[in-house]
Design a protein. Structure first.
Length: 203
């Protein structure tokens, strides 16, 4: 799989990054850490631009998340569990247990789950389903998903760029990046909501 991913990015650039990240949202077994860090490395050896790679990855992530969000709006829990237990559901990396775990995460964290869930393995890919099931505001879903994935993509792409040919070490130790990413995300989220609240108070 790793060789296929690298060849696709080498041959198709931004389109491959967007497509692979969209698939990563729908098919959790596809490793976004490999895609993003290798994309960062490729910005050193090809004509790819780092911010262009971030934009492509974020667009792909949002597209994939919207597909699962719409799936959540169309299916109730029973139908989703049947889908997850089917052969096709297993191909997608779904299971009733994963859906239940993600739904509990969404219920516990509410709106912020659409943002912070982007930094949590498994939850990152599946959080869109309970968001759709609960008819969470599509506008808010798009904003929170875009912000969360933008931070995650930026950190891993620039980590791959900084690591250069040692990008594989970043992939092997990517979990050490999770805490700083969450901290940065939390600070940005607090600033965003504080600004929004202050703006409302001013009006």
């Amino acid at each position: 799989m790793n060789e296929t991913i690298t060849q696709l990015i080498q041959n198709y650039g931004y389109l491959a990054i967007a497509g692979l990240i969209a698939l990563e949202n729908i098919f959790p077994p596809i490793p976004s850490e490999l895609i993003l860090t290798f994309a960062g490395f490729m910005t050193l050896t090809t004509g790819l631009n780092a911010w262009g790679a971030v934009g492509a990855a974020t667009a792909g992530a949002l597209f994939g998340a919207l597909i699962l969000y719409l799936l959540g709006t169309a299916f109730d829990r029973q139908r989703l569990n049947r889908l997850a237990a089917s052969r096709f559901g297993k191909l997608l990396g779904l299971s009733p247990e994963k859906i239940a775990k993600t739904e509990r995460y969404f219920v516990k964290h509410g709106k912020s789950a659409a943002f912070f869930g982007r930094f949590v393995p498994v939850v990152r890919s599946l959080i869109s389903i309970p968001a759709g099931m609960s008819h969470f505001s599509l506008r808010h879903f798009i904003v929170f998903t875009t912000c969360g994935t933008l931070i995650w993509n930026t950190v891993l792409i620039f980590a791959g760029r900084l690591a250069g040919s040692a990008y594989e070490q970043v992939i092997a130790n990517y979990q050490s990046f999770v805490a700083p990413v969450l901290l940065a995300g939390a600070v940005l989220a607090i600033c965003f909501f504080a600004f929004k609240k202050a703006k409302k108070a001013g009006n």
